[in-house]
Design a protein around this ligand. Sequence first.
Ligand SMILES: Cc1cc2nc3c(=O)[nH]c(=O)nc-3n(C[C@H](O)[C@H](O)[C@H](O)COP(=O)(O)OP(=O)(O)OC[C@H]3O[C@@H](n4cnc5c(N)ncnc54)[C@H](O)[C@@H]3O)c2cc1C
Length: 493
Amino acid sequence: MLPMLAAQAAPGADQALVSALAGMVGAGNVLADFPDRLAASRDRAPIATFAFRDGLVPGVLPRAVVRPGSREEVARVLAWANANDVPVIPYGAGSGVLGGAIPLGGEIALDLKRLNRLVAINATDGLATVEAGMNGGRFEAAVEAEGFTCGHLPQSLHMSTVGGWLACRGAGQNSTRYGKIEDMVVGLCAVLADGTEVEVRPAARRSTGPSLRDVFVGCEGTLGVITEATLRIWKRPEAELPLVLSFPDIAAGLEAGRRILQAELRPSVFRLYDETETVPRVKELADFGKGRVLAILVFSGIERLAALERDLAGEIAAALGARAEGDAPYRHWLAHRFESYSPPWQASGHFMDTCEVTGAWSALVEMYSRMREAILDLCPAAHFGAHWSHAYPEGACQYMTVRLPPMPRAEGLALHARAWDLLQTLTVVMGGSIAHHHGAGLLRGPWMAAELGAGGAAMLQRIKDALDPGNILNPGKLGLRPRASAARVMGEG
Ligand SMILES: Cc1cc2nc3c(=O)[nH]c(=O)nc-3n(C[C@H](O)[C@H](O)[C@H](O)COP(=O)(O)OP(=O)(O)OC[C@H]3O[C@@H](n4cnc5c(N)ncnc54)[C@H](O)[C@@H]3O)c2cc1C
């Protein structure tokens, strides 16, 4: 595989660029050898994996990987890049799944993992200040050591950075209680394309015009580089009480979700699986009824309160035909909750991807059946499974796995692109959002105008043009204008 990849690596490292960067961050922190550039040439987007397994780079290699060690060094690198028209891709841990970190032409990768310190814990105000490149698992371990949890526990906890969470507007598995990352961030520091440093001081709330913080949260590196964040942290819960249920069908399960959330109960975890995703999870439950679907809820916090919430939710669910089941599916989920299950499927030649969207309670049942039907019409041999997690009083995230069987690359990529188009178009038709927590990156660019509306998309582009007139910050992502020289990425919609 490597010789094919190496053949695409030309031209070699740009010595003038390497020396200029070395002058800002130290020679040891500029990596320009082929393996380092190769490692930063992609994230975990399946389209990139499809290319890699065939010995190809999805886009192009970055010209170099630069590793600043402080906010000042980030500012210096950006000021220089802006002055010299060198595009820059902020790079956290590369666990993004929409191609947000894939270079399209001429970029340097700004690897933020040296910004990895827990700056402070303020136990009185329940806040932690952390540098953006800190690994998520290490951050959680550090706050746990002080008796807290950060409350943001994505499946990718150990393979992502705090800055990546913010840049993508991520969601953790306990989001139904603690919220998404945008609900947790109270302040941040960022650097603009020209090197200007911006600090949004942590404050409980403010009323001073539009939120500058929200310019950066979800910007996926296109509007600035987040260098530090102050996040809410929470006392580690006294109890975590599971409630494992089965429902006659997904309509009953979703209706229970709606009633539970609208009754102002706040499970930390709410997961309802369709029949396809239920079957492998209930193997240990001998008398789990055929056709029934599984739900795992967890109630946490002060034990007496959590127990009351669990019992009330159980009553709401029972009225909809729910049955209490054994704890085995909960224990299995708990033990494997941070594992990635896609590598064996990708390695065996499948075209596997996931797509998470947001839907209103009133739309979810129809949204699911139309999407399932559309995918199975497109490819009868496809696997389609879904679950609903991250629930709100008004709706929930529908998280779908689509697995196309092994086939020649061109055919697989065409079907994969068509599957994405079906899912994203149907989401918009059904009034949902095309992305709940993975971000837009490169892959979702074609549907951003439908998501934001023509006026909204034009406004986002104007904000980008005003903050980054040279278009050096992660160009061509989030549906924003690419640079003239941008390469097309294999499999891009
Ligand atoms: C197996 C698996 C499970 C996953 N589970 C979840 C999940 O449960 N919940 C969830 O929300 N996501 C999940 N993801 C997606 C991914 O982990 C998240 O989007 C994560 O937040 C990305 O963080 P990262 O540090 O790896 O970012 P990267 O992949 O390095 O970057 C993502 C994007 O953000 C930009 N960026 C990164 N850091 C910064 C910064 N400091 N400032 C500005 N821009 C920046 C990059 O340029 C890029 O556009 C999962 C991914 C995988 C592979």
